[in-house]
Structure formats: structure tokens, C-alpha cells
Design a protein around this ligand. Sequence first.
Ligand SMILES: C[S@@+](CC[C@H](N)C(=O)[O-])C[C@H]1O[C@@H](n2cnc3c(N)ncnc32)[C@H](O)[C@@H]1O
Length: 228
Amino acid sequence: MAAVTNTFENVKAIVLSAHKCTTTGEKVNFYNSWAENYDQDVAVLDYRAPSLAANSINSYFSGDREEAVVLDVACGTGLVAKQMKRHGFGHFVGIDGSEAMLELARESGLYQDLKQSMLGEGPLPVQWGLFDVVVIVGALCVGNVPVGVVRELCKSTKPGGYICMTTRSNLENVEYKAALERELKQMEDDGLWTCVEVAEVEDWERALSEQEDGYISGAVYLYKKLQL
Ligand SMILES: C[S@@+](CC[C@H](N)C(=O)[O-])C[C@H]1O[C@@H](n2cnc3c(N)ncnc32)[C@H](O)[C@@H]1O
């Protein structure tokens, strides 16, 4: 039987309830409880970040997509892999902190390997320099994945490979976004990668806070790891 679609007000209440989570453990518990309805609830929010990130990678990646290995960090239920598969990518490894999200990613049949790991609490559980593309969507934001994790994303990428990241530009995420952009720039100054594209997108997803209405904006960042 088809699941009943949630109303916007219900989804808003669910997402805003996550603001009460003060520890990463509580946040992961929130995602565990949301996993089953996640795909249909984010559709109610017009959440387009996975397709926007996949489009950005599609515009610049010139290698063999069938051979390329993609690391999907904070993969959730697998929405990013689903979008990238439409562009011809076929090999995915996923990492997420939430077992319930990983279970749905497993059921999607898109991933060759899935690993449970809390980002920011230790090194990424992957081999350095292995991946043709590393992507993180919907998780680089306040209260989720710490900014410092972007260095690990770069370490996981093959020289010449791409790293695609997204963040929100709404009021609650202003400080996080500024810190993220400082880190991205610092890594460019350190000679680790070069910026390929930054796309600011106005209609990112529907606004949820009392101070904003309509749609919030967001950004897609695409970097290329420098050859050593
Ligand atoms: C908004 S969902 C995005 C999922 C997917 N990338 C997408 O775009 O649909 C955020 C995901 O990040 C994971 N996450 C958030 N903070 C995390 C952390 N510190 N460590 C590991 N996973 C985390 C959650 O479990 C959740 O699956």
C-alpha cells in the first residue's frame, strides 16, 4: 500500500524538532526515527540538493562513469546515488551515522559498500586517494557534520578527482557557511584543491523557520583535487 504523503506543516514540525538535539548521538537518533518517511517528506520540501549536486558533477566529470568509484558521504537513504546513476555513474560506496538510513540505502541496491560512521569523531573509514568523486549533500550544515571533515573528503579523493559539497544559505546556517567557505579557501591556498564551480541557488528548498518564507537559498561547491 502506498504511504500517505505528509503535509508541509507536519514535515516542518518534524524537521524543527531536530533543533532540540544537542549531541550528535541525539541527531543520529533523530535520523533513525525519520528514515522511513525521509524520501517522501523531503519531496514535500522540494528538496533538490541531490539533483543539483549530481548536475554539477555531470557538467565537469570527463572520465569513464561506469568505472568511476563514488564516495557518498552522509548518504542517507541514497538520493544522491539515485541522481548520479541517471548520469551514468554505477559504483557507489556510502557512509552515514544512522543505521536506519543505511538500511534504506542498502535496500536501494545502489551501493557496493555501506559503512556506519560518525563524521567528525574520527577519520573517514575509507582508503585515502581511492575515489574518483566524493560527494556530501544535505549534511554540511549547523548541528550536523563539522566543517573540518572537508579535509577528509579531499584526502579520500584521487588526485584529479572531484569533491562536490552543498550547504544552505538560510539565517540559522550563516555562521556555518562562512566557516565552511573559509576552510574551502584555506585548502585552496594550501595547494590541496582548486575551485571548479560555486553555484548559489535561490530556490534550494522550502523555508521552515518563522523568520523566512517561500524558499531558502543554498550553494553547490565543486572542487578538483590537485595532482601531487
Ligand atoms: C539531510 S540527510 C541527507 C542525506 C542525503 N545525502 C540526501 O541528500 O538525501 C543528512 C544525513 O547526514 C547524516 N549525518 C548527519 N550528521 C552526521 C554525522 N555527524 N555523522 C554521520 N552522519 C551524519 C544523517 O544520518 C543523515 O542521513
